[in-house]
Design a protein around this ligand. Sequence first.
Ligand code: ADP
Ligand code: MG
Length: 349
Amino acid sequence: MSILEDKNQPKTPISELGEFKLIEHITKDFVAKNSNTVYGVGDDCAVIDCGDKYQLVSTDMLIEGVHFDLSYTPLKHLGYKLVAVNVSDVCAMNGVAQQITVSISISNRFTLESIEELYLGIRLACEAFNVDLVGGDTTSSMSGICISVTAIGQVDKDKIVYRKGAKENDLLVVSGDLGSAYLGLQVLEREKQVFQANPKMQPDLHNNDYVLERQLKPEARIDVVKLLAKKNIVPTSMIDVSDGLSSELLHICKSSKVGCAIYEDKLPIDFAAMTSAEEFKISAATCALNGGEDYELLFSISQNDYEKLKDDPDFTIIGHITDPSSGTAFIAKDNSRHDLIAQGWNSFD
Ligand code: ADP
Ligand code: MG
């Protein structure tokens, strides 16, 4: 309770809205005043007109205990991942990231050596994704560590891809494979519990290399953006898979005012993820739909571009865009039809 609190003011718990409604609510009264603000809230990046190109800006913040657990996340990996997830948002606009800023708040629990580890990861990611660290901010925190990264990039004006451009009959395509990052997290959580129950037990992480790598060291698909350019394909809509395929597809459908149909038997799931899902007795398709953190690119293309990517192992066609009245459908292997629901991450539950 604060001395500034007005007892007559309504008090709505934030959990009533959830993340997306909260963002909509707090930003709805802002009107852009500058003519070079091309696109504000509502896509993977903000878009700013900077002359012959568009500039792209994306920010993400990770909080200890909410987004990561330092008992099994090495700081080096965390640094790498934070850069990757921001570069991934620039890729989702079909752009190329060029600079990042990094802001950290750290409690006195952290040593110089641990922050060096974090920055080693950030440096490795800067090398891998060809971006320059150009600034940031450093403050102390009451407890734990909080890191925020902003990525800045560019895209040719005629190549920019929003979430809002999908058209009926377009094909839905996803890069790489889905579900593994979530299974990696399950392995880490399981081993943490084993360790807490008996600290003498060594973690059993072997045979899980692929799913662990997908969780701890995700890659931004800068190669996919290059490949699309090489194939002369400009997707009609695109988003990166951070919260899970279902949630991202719903964003595309809502922004584009369309429906969709995707097929369980088309979902790209790695053999390692299949094996791991079996071990945890969960459905691999559910991991792909709702797991999140795969940082693959989900996009729609015109059917005219089908020939250009149909044989490319980097891409899988998982379904198509439908008219809005058909809804957002998931067709299971037994041909049963289900509505897609966003079971992505809700940080306010
Ligand atoms: P992503 O998952 O791609 O990082 P988010 O779901 O975090 O995207 O954000 C969705 C949109 O809302 C983005 O355009 C983002 O810039 C905007 N946004 C998120 N939080 C805020 C905030 N507190 N104030 C203004 N805009 C916000
Ligand atoms: Mg995104």
